[in-house]
Every structure is written in structure tokens, then in C-alpha cells.
Design a binder for this molecule. Sequence first.
Ligand SMILES: Nc1nc2c(c(=O)[nH]1)N[C@H]1C(S)=C(S)[C@@H](COP(=O)(O)OP(=O)(O)OC[C@H]3O[C@@H](n4cnc5c(=O)[nH]c(N)nc54)[C@H](O)[C@@H]3O)O[C@H]1N2
Ligand SMILES: Nc1nc2c(c(=O)[nH]1)N[C@H]1C(S)=C(S)[C@@H](COP(=O)(O)OP(=O)(O)OC[C@H]3O[C@@H](n4cnc5c(=O)[nH]c(N)nc54)[C@H](O)[C@@H]3O)O[C@H]1N2
Ligand code: SF4
Ligand SMILES: [Mo]
Length: 739
Amino acid sequence: MKRTVYRTCTICEATCGIEVELEGRAITRIRGDARDPFSRGRICPKATGMRGLQEDPDRIRRPLLREGDGFVEIGWDEALGRAAEGLARARTAGGPSAVALYRGNPTIHDAGTLLGANELLAALGTKQAYSAGALDTCPRFVQCTEMYGGPVRIPVPDVDRTHYWLIVGANPVVSQGSIMTAPGIKERSEALRARGGKLVVIDPRRSETAELADEHHFIVPGADAAFLLAMIDTLFRENLVRLGRCDGLVRDLERVREIASGFSPERVAPLCGIDAQTIRRLARELAGAPSAVVYGRMGTSVQSFGTLASWAIDLLCILTGNLDRPGGAMWSRPAVSLGFAFEAGGAVKLARWKSRVSGREEMFGEFPITALAEEIETPGEGQVRALVTIAGNPVNTAPNGARLERALESLDFMVSLDCYRNETTRHAHLILPPTGPLERNHYDVLLLHVAVRNVAKWSPAALEPDPGGRDGWSTSLELARRLMGLTQLSPEAFDGLVLRQLTERGLNASRWKGDLTIDELLAAVGKEPGVERVIDALLRIGHYGDACGRVPDGLTLARVKAAEHGVDLGALEPQLPGHVITPSGKIELAPERITGDLPRLEAWLADAARTPLRLINRRDLRSMNSWLHNVAPLAKGRERCTLQIHPRDAERRALAHGDRARVRTRVGEIEVPVEVTDAVMPGVVSLPHGFGHQGPGVELRVATKRPGANVNLVSDDLAFDAPSGASALFGGPVEVEAL
Ligand SMILES: Nc1nc2c(c(=O)[nH]1)N[C@H]1C(S)=C(S)[C@@H](COP(=O)(O)OP(=O)(O)OC[C@H]3O[C@@H](n4cnc5c(=O)[nH]c(N)nc54)[C@H](O)[C@@H]3O)O[C@H]1N2
Ligand SMILES: Nc1nc2c(c(=O)[nH]1)N[C@H]1C(S)=C(S)[C@@H](COP(=O)(O)OP(=O)(O)OC[C@H]3O[C@@H](n4cnc5c(=O)[nH]c(N)nc54)[C@H](O)[C@@H]3O)O[C@H]1N2
Ligand code: SF4
Ligand SMILES: [Mo]
């Protein structure tokens, strides 16, 4: 029988609505859901990857146990027992922090895995927690914590209403937007131009987004903070500072003026590669537009000065009156808020503890992933001897992957919650797979915190779960239950306990605290175990919730489910003077953690001209980090893992288009084909990230046919942004030579 299921694509952050047509268990078609109020039918080629992943014969469907050089399938009970035992053994021998946990990017695309992983981490009781955060958004989280009080307070560009969009170091036309949930971002950007708005891109590479823009300027990688401070200096000197909605709500404005005065456009121009006239003009345009917004992403995050650059971006919005204004940078208001999980007890404190070996600072409960190898390698009390990875591939995605790989080989025990045998999971003793991507219910608990429009949408499973499968929520909880020794509780009772704890925290952080009781809330969400009732409970006490009948038309999960294409909750709304939770109650314009990094920037600027060639990375529309290369329809086509190099730099190295080159840094070398193009600026080369699928035990039959090279074999694990500890993946020195 034919049927259609409406849900969300869970591959990237855009949350496009899809229509999945099925006949029995066969997926006959996937296309955009034209009635989804947020995405209105727009998708990208990866949407069909949902089917490819679901049907991929290499996708792991049953628990795997390592035996000799290979793996054998085992039953769930045995697998969970062995996993819990192995971890407990390491903990008994070396204390809680002998077990490390790494969470990867796809955890955000599966509500059950995301929330379940928190429980597993709590059950382990380890301080050795890691994630892809320090390879990604950490500088932005740190900056927002310092300025507004917490990491879930990231303002997003109000793209649908803005008149002027300055994009610095992001490529949304390919990435489909990040820390900015905005399906159909290409069309949204085109609409901005069609209504007379202007789009300007600052990027060392003429990216696909730059191609679409009114204006694009190359910038020396890493020089963004200086460039943006020169724009800020212009605002002050030309008397263009207008705080707008932030008037009376900020601290340390004079300090910002003073700092920016050291970055005149004349001084900065030769260092960043953008002339002084242009810097001034961009500042004037930003200040003069009816509304404007500056947006940065990976290019202003995972570089040498990620926190300073992220800070300067928000300063520009604030100083031009564009923070919290329609068309400017605004805060989303999600229907399900996870604020309680990240910001319990008000302003978030950073650097509460340090890592054992090299004293790296904790950020949001985690150390940077680049600290993991040394924590495994270095003997002594607290040495890491076991590891859990959840939906992550750090051997491929973290800098100096070769070192991490050697460290993993030396572990006593490793468990991976993952659906593929790749560069990382091949080292696991046990692999515990999730259900297939179309076999699970989903709600975007995290991504809707940064959506450019407020929406709520439930994604029902399109297919009945494989009877031998197990979802990420129940696997994480079952491991947690066993590790906590709560064997007197049934799994169902433990699920209920977790529900109670989570919703109690949510309730205490909500406006219904004291009015609505936890028992009333739990009674409303029913008895069926699973992450679904957690979402129902959080929806009910959320901003649009029914509060168990107190708000007659308020949301419940049943109401969200009934709207099968999604619920539109309207355009973003101003939220100041609320929303800021710093100890001073004001927006901190010059926090010490951030401004304390200025001397390091000065030292870098003094030396920058001496680096002849810098390496940056790029993304590809048909990839997703390291894990979509096994889906045949997405993997075909021309070679994507190429080194883009400017004709001038190619000529100096006697390299021609199609030649192979050796790329070398302090940490290693790789060989890649060369693409000579003036799309990169002179002095900059670009490689994609996420390739390099090879090694014994990697079971990716499509991906290994065209493995490409892993850029993280040459990215430096010792290069990082000081205030956040995040890796400086982009902009490091590199040598390139013909083979
Ligand atoms: N040099 C360089 N390095 C980078 C980047 C870069 O631009 N340049 N980008 C960084 C960024 S932004 C990120 S987010 C990280 C990503 O880094 P990671 O999160 O470490 O890596 P991914 O490639 O996302 O790996 C996803 C893993 O999850 C598994 N998986 C997929 N779906 C599921 C699921 O539903 N459940 C479970 N349990 N597992 C699943 C896949 O098999 C794969 O093993 O890489 C970072 N590394
Ligand atoms: N198709 C696809 N979509 C994805 C992903 C994917 O792998 N494939 N990954 C997802 C993930 S996990 C994330 S985090 C997002 C990332 O989303 P984006 O940040 O939008 O994507 P990137 O391609 O990393 O874009 C970074 C841009 O910064 C530029 N850049 C590099 N160094 C500098 C610098 O020093 N200064 C400036 N100004 N620019 C610089 C690069 O040339 C590049 O164009 O994409 C997500 N979406
Ligand atoms: S942009 Fe593509 S991968 Fe991302 S959610 Fe939409 S369809 Fe899926
Ligand atoms: Mo990411």
C-alpha cells in the first residue's frame, strides 16, 4: 500500500520538510514538502541521502563485537552487558575519569541520542568529556556566554527581513546555514537581493555564497578580528554609533572605543588584504541601512582568533542598533527550550577545571578534543583507559588524526554508538548501532534555538523500526542504568526516573515553576517510555505550551503532531531587556576573557606577513562532514577532494591543473590532486574536510573506492584559539610541492 509520511530531513541544520513516499517498507520517493511552512518545499540533493543511508548495506544494524581483525554480530543483551562491564571495569581500575566520552555532530540530529547521551555522561561521572564543539562553535558559545550570560543566547540573522547582510567566513549556499536554521537559505538570500537588500561576503575563497553576493572581498585567513575592529573604529570616528534597543543595556562602551582606536583602517588594510576605503565604506553601509546584520560561522570560529572575531561581529550589530531588531541579529524563541540543560542557575561559568596533562580549560563541561590523545598517552593517576564515542568520527574530524588514532589503539576498552565502521569506530571493541534514519521519531530540540523563524515540527518515523534495532535514547539509558548499578529498577522505571529529573529541571527554569506541579505534568504525558514524552513535557511548559490546560490553545505534542507539515509560530520577536543573564544584568561589551586575547592578536599581526601559504577548508554540497561518502548517488561525479590553489602560487611551485601535490605541515603530509583556480586568494590553499576513508577494518565499500585524503592529517592539534580552546583548523601555515 502506498503512503506518505511528512517529516524533517535530519542530515544538516536546515531542517527541510520532506515527503517520504513508501510502498510497504520500500521508499519510493523523497521530495520537498511544499506545505512545510518553514521550508516550503525546498531541499538540497542530500535529502535523497536519507534513503541512501536507510538502505545502505554497510550501515550497521546489529551490535558488533570485535573478534581478532574483524567483527561479529551479537545480540543486544550481550552487547549492552559487555559494554557496561567494560566501562565499569575501567572505572573501577582508574576512577571515573579513566573513561572518556566523545559526542559527534549527528547527536544534534537525533533528539533521543542527544538527550540520552547526557544521561550516559552523567552516569559515567567523568570529567573526560569531549565533543565536536571545539572543532566548531565553541568560540561563539564562549563569546555569547561572556557577553549575554549563556551559550544558548546566540543571535541569528533575521535574513527574511534584513536590508544588509555581511557574511564573514560562512558559506551558507553550500552548508545550508549553520547556527542559523534557515531552510532554503539560497532562496532566502536571493529574496533579500530581490527586495533591494545587499549581500556582502568576506572570505579568502570566492565561495558559492560569494558568487551570489553583490560584493565579495578576499581576506587573509585569521585577520577577521582586526578587519572587524577597523570597521568598529570607523563607526566611532564617524559618529555612527547608535545602540538602538541596547541603549542603557550595555557596559564598557568606552573600552570598546579605546580598543578599536588601535585598529585604524589604514593600519589594518595591508594586514587583512582589504583596502581602507572599503573597510570604511562597509562600516558606513552597515550603519546606514534600515536594518543590517553581520554573520560569521566556521571561518570566524575555527581560526586563530575565533572568540575575538565572534565578539567583533556581535559588537558591529550592537553598535549599529541592529541587535534584537527586526532585520538585524535576533534571538529565536523555541517551543522546546533546553536552556535548563546548559544554563542551570543563571550565568554560565567557564574554565571551572583544567585537564590533567596540559592544563587545557574546561568549556561547558568539556575539554577540547585535541586534549584527548595526551590524556590517553600519558600514564599516571587519571589516565584515560576507555572511551565511548557517540555519533562521532574524531580520527577523521579532529586535527592530527594520526596521533589520536595511535592513542585509540592503545585503549583497554572502547565502545562506539555508531552506524558505520569508519576510521574511528574500527578501533572499538563494541559498536552499538542506532535505528535507521527513517525509523525514528524526531524533534529538533537544539536547532530550533537558532532558527530564523519560530516553528515547531514533529517528525514521525517513516518506517517501523527494524525489530532487531534499538534507538539511541534507549541504548544510552540502558548503559546509564547498568553503570549506575540501578538494576533493581526496570528499564521502564529508569526511563520514568530520567523523565522526572529532566522535566523537573525544565519546570524549575520555566515560568510555571510553583504553579504547575511535576506530578501534574508527568500525568499529562502518559506512561509510554521513550524520548517522546520528554519532548511533550518540555513543549507543555515552553513558551507556547498549554501548561496542562492553563493556556487553552497552547501547544502539546499531540497538537504539534496533528499539524503534520509543522506549526508556524511567527517571525522572530525582540526580547531585550530580558534574555541577558550576565551577573551585571547588562550586555558585557568588553569581557576580560575576550579582550585579554588582544595581545596575542597583536603578536600575530606583527608576524602574519611572513607566512607564504595558509590552508583553509571547504565543504561540499553532497557531503556531510565525514559520513555521507558511502551513499552512492551522492558520492559520484567529479573528484571533490582537490587542493585549490591560486595560479600565482601554482606557477611558483611548477604545479599545473590535475597534477598531484604534497601538502605538508608540522604534523604530517598528504597527497592530493591540484585544482588551479583564482577562486582562492594568492597565499591561500583550500582542501575539503571529511575525506580520507581508508585503513583495515573500514567497512565503507562506496567511500573507500574514492577515499580522498584526510585534511586532519595535516591540521595542527597544537594550534588553538586561546579564550575558547577551540582548534584553529583554518589558516595555519602549509607547504605545497609538486610530486
Ligand atoms: N579540518 C577540519 N576539521 C573539521 C571541520 C572542518 O571544517 N575542517 N569541521 C568540524 C565540524 S564543524 C564538525 S561538526 C566536526 C564533525 O565531527 P564528528 O562529529 O566527529 O564527525 P562526523 O563526520 O559528523 O561523524 C559522524 C559519525 O556519526 C555516525 N552517525 C551518523 N548518523 C548517526 C546516528 O544517527 N546515530 C549515531 N549513533 N551515529 C551516527 C557516522 O557514522 C560517523 O561516524 O568535524 C570538524 N572537523
Ligand atoms: N553540504 C554540507 N553541509 C554542511 C556540512 C557539510 O559537511 N557539508 N557540515 C555542517 C556543519 S557540521 C557545519 S559546522 C556547517 C558549517 O557551515 P559554514 O561555516 O557555512 O561552512 P564552511 O564551508 O565551513 O564555511 C566556512 C567559510 O569560511 C571561509 N574561511 C576560512 N578561513 C577563513 C578566515 O580566516 N576568515 C574568513 N572570513 N573566512 C574564512 C572558508 O573559505 C569557507 O567559505 O555546515 C554544515 N552543513
Ligand atoms: S539542506 Fe539538504 S541535507 Fe540539509 S536538511 Fe535540507 S534537504 Fe536535508
Ligand atoms: Mo559542525
